[in-house]
Design a protein around this ligand. Structure first.
Ligand code: SF4
Ligand code: SF4
Length: 127
């Protein structure tokens, strides 16, 4: 298996943050049935011609879900991808609705907080 270059990422701290929210995070990830019923409650998904990458579940599974799957062992590139998911594709308006009761915005906010702590967040001077 290729070694992940985690240089510049405090992976211990990422793991710590994940552990703090482990129960809720695990339950949410396990509960998601990939039904995409949350999709149409997201105005950005609707505004982007129903681009699957704007589905609320996509955003939460590919942010906090990814961090959890990788047990916090992520590199800067992965954190950059997560940043795009949780900032560029989400306004954190909290309007998405999951019939199974998953609090998607809370999960996205957690991913934002972890990224921010690692110095990965939107910058206006990005190209
Ligand atoms: S978050 Fe909820 S509504 Fe969205 S895909 Fe998962 S189970 Fe379905
Ligand atoms: S919180 Fe994010 S994912 Fe949920 S409806 Fe708002 S923009 Fe869409």
């Amino acid at each position: 298996m290729a070694k992940i270059n985690t240089a510049g990422v405090d992976t211990e701290r990422v793991k710590e943050r994940l552990d703090e929210h482990k129960t809720k995070m695990k339950l949410s990830l396990k509960a998601c049935a990939h039904c995409t019923l949350c999709a149409e409650s997201c105005f950005l998904y609707m505004a982007r011609d129903k681009d699957p990458k704007y589905t609320p579940s996509y955003k939460f599974l590919n942010s906090i879900g990814l961090l959890y799957k990788k047990k916090g062992m992520v590199d800067k590139v992965t954190l950059g991808e997560i940043r795009d998911n949780v900032w560029e594709r989400c306004a954190l308006c909290t309007r998405c609705y999951c019939p199974l009761g998953i609090n998607i915005p809370e999960m996205i906010a957690l991913a934002r907080s972890i990224c921010r702590e690692q110095g990965v967040y939107p910058r206006f001077d990005r190209e």
